[in-house]
Write a protein that binds this ligand. Sequence first.
Ligand SMILES: [Mn+2]
Length: 358
Amino acid sequence: MNGERLKRVRQAIKEAGVDAVLVSSPENRRYLSGFTGTSGVLLISAEENRLLTDFRYVEQAGRECAGFEIVRVEKTWVQTLRDIIAFRSYPRIGFEGSHLTYRLYSTLAEALAPVQLEDIKSGLDRLRAVKDNEEIKLIHRGVLMVDEAFAQLCETIRPGVVERDFSLALEAFLRQRGGERMSFDTIVASGTRAALPHGVASDKAIESGDLVVLDCGVVYGGYASDFTRTILVEAEPATWQEEIYRVVLAAQQAGIDKVRPGVRAAEVDAAARGVIEDAGYGEYFGHGTGHGVGLNVHEAPHLSASSEEVLEAGMVVTVEPGIYLPGKGGVRIEDVVVVRDDGPEVLTTTPKNYLFRA
Ligand SMILES: [Mn+2]
């Protein structure tokens, strides 16, 4: 049982003005209870910690969730929940609005009436933004696994190699070393496809002179990592290729240099974006500069212009600006960075100070 996390969720329950909370998203459920199964819901209040789950997971939950009473769901968890709270006084119950489907919400509201349901998802997500040392270790391990994979496999990015085959080799390498799964579908975007910021590996063969954007991550111990490098395949760089690489690299460094406690997430974005805008490529950088990484590969804090979050020591974020020129290609560079009291600690070790030649 993680008493510190339960203390903080009880504080969040109080702040949200609810009497109890239902936690159904896999990340928050795992964060608060330790449960790694794929089906179940937590009921947490000032007085109780319960996990409602079905036959498949009862034994596993008993092992994983010290401090939680495991309740076996017979028909649906909504019915089980209704039976439990019939004996409670919980006039207002929080739930995760961006996770619960509309249909489930409707069923829940009807079954629990007259209980009032309040969406407190963002209040729960915020609990995960600052990582403890154990969490940072798991993320670091994943980051280093990907660094190792890149060092081993980079030179296999050759003309004629199909994007999808490369991603498969990369995934096999990482799985053999203990990676549970990839953080997301691996992006291998070569040639003009490199202008697609999320160009998932396709059947295209890599060609000489292509820029290849490789964006991937591995999940280790439940925690995601995230990584991007751009590689030039077997050619002298064209002037435009060298130029956008240089600009993205400078932008990425400007973003990293801003990372420290007390700095607004939007300032990190502004620092990176400013370099790209000053070079005249502002319209070709259409996504945020980075995001928190943890149980979810994209989580708080969000490093974007509209973010109102403020960095705190222990947050783990990516810094990943890019330039995408339609019909030509693109460049993105991404590292994972820990917010430390004395500034940024970059976990990613793969070099980036030059355009990789494969
Ligand atoms: Mn990322």
